[in-house]
Design a protein around this ligand. Structure first.
Ligand SMILES: C[S@@+](CC[C@H](N)C(=O)[O-])C[C@H]1O[C@@H](n2cnc3c(N)ncnc32)[C@H](O)[C@@H]1O
Length: 257
């Protein structure tokens, strides 16, 4: 174990929905809450918007939280769903005009995805950001995401890369509250889950290199990264992302049948 826990993990003692209400109203009240989530949303939005530009624009976001990502997406219609009523209330309050003229205003729904009925019309893109680890039945959730896609539609999913996450040194007053995590998927398990649901993986990488414990202390050291200038640093960053040393795994998968 590499991390130092200094403050207690409140999420361990709370009921699932209450915890996610607390989490969303603590960490998702702003558009730019912190550097890490802002970069995650920007990177995810860039991938999704590229897919939307090439195909249809109907988006379903599973576990949309306070809707932060939705406000960066160029959809024609958007439906966000989350277990936390407080998150959905925030999302509805913050909902602005869609970025694309003529697009339908976004809809946000408080529901448990496990029990939610499937939509009549399938979506072009299904998105799930940093939430698959929390679903009590991960294969069921993945199957339902697949069933919610049209043929040819895309799933875009990000999740914490445990290898890196466990190698980030926590300071005395930074809380590490992972929430009601059912199972942290390894990258192999995530691949299996997606393929088992019937999707074809088109892209699988990590983003946002981080970590300062163990081997990552050397790989991410300022001395190494800044030694040969900005262009070397950028190349090294790309290498780290493709080598699996980013804080988040990112998958783009397609429903081919
Ligand atoms: C770490 S948060 C991420 C939220 C959002 N995607 C973001 O990045 O801000 C995980 C989210 O998953 C939601 N969630 C957990 N289990 C769920 C379920 N069974 N159905 C729908 N949402 C769920 C939680 O309410 C929480 O908002």
């Amino acid at each position: 174990m590499h991390m130092t826990l200094s403050l207690p993990d409140r999420s361990r003692a709370m009921e699932e929905k209450s915890w996610w209400d607390t989490w969303n109203t603590s960490y998702r009240t702003q558009e730019d809450n912190d550097e890490i989530s802002s970069e995650l949303f920007a990177r995810a939005a860039a991938i999704i918007n590229e897919i939307l530009q090439a195909g249809g624009g109907r988006v379903l976001e599973v576990a949309c939280g306070a809707g932060t990502l939705s406000r960066k997406l160029k959809y024609s219609s958007y439906h966000g769903l989350d277990l936390s009523p407080a998150a959905i209330e925030l999302a509805r309050r913050k909902a602005g005009m869609p970025l694309v003229p003529g697009a339908v205003p976004p809809a946000y729904e408080a529901a448990d995805f496990h029990d939610a009925p499937l939509f009549e019309e399938p979506f072009d893109v299904v998105v799930c950001i940093d939430a698959i680890s929390s679903f009590r039945d991960q294969q069921l959730a993945m199957n339902k995401m697949t069933q919610s896609l049209r043929k040819g539609g895309h799933l875009v999913l990000t999740t914490i890369n445990r290898f890196v996450y466990d190698r980030i040194r926590r300071t005395q007053n930074v809380r590490l509250e992972s929430g009601p995590v059912r199972h942290w998927l390894t990258r192999g398990e995530l691949r299996h889950l997606i393929k088992h649901a019937g999707l074809k993986i088109e892209h699988f990488s990590t983003i946002m290199p981080r970590g300062n414990l163990g081997i990552l202390r050397v790989i991410n050291s300022r001395r190494l990264n800044e030694a040969l200038g900005a262009s070397f640093a950028a190349t090294l960053r790309c290498w780290k992302e493709s080598a699996g040393l980013g804080q988040y795994s990112v998958v783009v998968a397609r429903k081919t049948v």
